[in-house]
Ligand binder design. Structure first.
Ligand code: NAD
Ligand code: UFG
Length: 337
């Protein structure tokens, strides 16, 4: 199979490209490099021993997409490309709807025109919104509470409508929980630009001396230690989930949705403790006010992915932190180091 991976030089994309190559697939990456560098793909090639053909194309460029689809005979697309910061999406919603939703429509039109009708899409647990009980189950009614989440929800709707209208389409909607960690080689990992929005990249930068201390956003939630609970998932487990989904839809049509999570919630302080263990020393932190929009706790019910795909997470929180730390320690300034 020849798989097109959009956003393939990014964090989850690069780990998935490696997993695809290791499974024997031919992979082509397209990315506009707005939040990544080609260095990630050079490192993937170093690990797999196979080059990764790369094309710098933007989702908002239909001609560029058409040229790309004319140049290869793709079997399927794994679609990671998009903007992903929840806070930023509330300040520049139009950019989010344009890049994520209009960009995906361009991609789907190019796929349809070139007879490629299998897609695995990066959705998010954020689509479950504020009102669902935990753990989240795929059949729940979704309703995101921020523009970023609404772009994911709208793309899920577009893909579901498409598959309902045309039975040739195979669609996997993967709802990720909180991806962290890095490939155990320490060669590829998450390289956020500017101040990290997410917990583990922030802790990693504190550990490496790039930030003074972790601000724990809220210590007065109704949870065992007062800090929020999230379902952290190792990025290599997540990459393997994409392979499982791709294999599943290869022989089926229709739209499928799966949670990719561990089914277990960990608190901010538990994550910090696990990271401190990996580093071998305590890390400075301060409990501050709550961050607007944060939910106290959520985690996945991952039983559908196990039943349908035979997939479940195998890597622990300690492994996530050890692997994330190896990547950060070896690459203190990310791919620019
Ligand atoms: P990332 O930013 O590392 O990767 C996204 C890639 O898409 C980047 O390489 C970026 O340069 C590229 N890109 C952005 N806009 C583009 C455009 N218009 N055209 C072409 N390329 C474009 O992010 P990631 O963490 O690897 O996330 C991958 C996907 O998973 C995203 O769709 C994200 O919304 C989704 N997701 C991520 C998380 C998370 O916590 N990391 C959680 C749930 C869902
Ligand atoms: N946190 C801190 N300090 C920080 C950063 C985060 O205390 O500096 C806390 C947050 O308050 C939250 C927890 O750590 O309680 C996790 O926060 P993240 O920002 O790492 O993750 P979120 O659960 O808020 O959001 C992530 C992705 C979203 C996605 C969502 C659900 O960033 O894109 O998971 O999948 F939508």
């Amino acid at each position: 199979m020849t798989i097109l991976v959009t956003g393939g030089s990014g964090y989850i994309g690069s780990h998935t490209v490696l997993a695809l190559q290791e499974a024997g697939h031919d992979v082509v990456v397209m990315d506009n490099l707005s939040n990544s560098s080609e260095e990630s793909l050079r490192r993937v090639a170093q690990l797999s021993g196979k080059p990764v053909p790369f094309h710098q194309v933007d989702l908002t460029d239909p001609e560029g997409l058409d040229r790309l689809f004319s140049a290869y005979d793709f079997t399927a697309v794994i679609h990671f490309a998009g903007l992903k910061a929840v806070g930023e999406s509330a300040s520049i919603p139009l950019e989010y709807y344009y890049r994520n939703v209009a960009g995906t429509i361009n991609l789907l039109r190019a796929m349809d025109a070139h007879d490629v009708r299998s897609i695995v899409f990066s959705s998010s647990a954020t689509v479950y919104g504020e009102h669902n009980p935990i753990p989240y189950i795929e059949k729940m009614e979704i309703g995101a509470s921020n523009p970023y989440g609404r772009t994911k929800e709208q793309i899920e709707d577009i893909l579901s409508d498409l598959s309902a209208a045309d039975e040739r389409w195979s669609v996997a909607l993967l709802r990720y929980f909180n991806p962290v960690g890095a490939h155990p080689s320490g060669l590829i990992g998450e390289d956020p630009q500017g101040i990290p929005n997410n917990l583990v990249p922030y802790i990693a930068q504190v550990a490496v001396g790039r930030r003074e201390k972790l601000m724990v956003f809220g210590g007065d939630y109704d949870t065992p230690d007062g800090t929020c609970l999230r379902d952290y998932i190792h990025v290599v487990d997540l990459a393997e989930g994409h392979l499982a989904a791709l294999n599943h839809i290869a022989s089926r049509t229709g739209a499928f949705r799966w949670n990719l999570g561990s089914g277990r919630g960990s608190s901010v302080l538990e994550v910090l403790k696990s990271f401190e263990q990996a580093v071998g020393r305590p890390l400075p932190y301060e409990i501050t006010g709550r961050r607007q929009g944060d939910l106290p706790a959520f985690w996945a019910d991952p039983s559908s992915a196990l039943a349908d795909l035979g997939w479940s997470t195998t890597r622990s929180l300690d492994e996530m932190c050890e692997d994330h730390w190896r990547w950060q320690k070896n690459n203190p300034n990310g791919y620019a180091s």
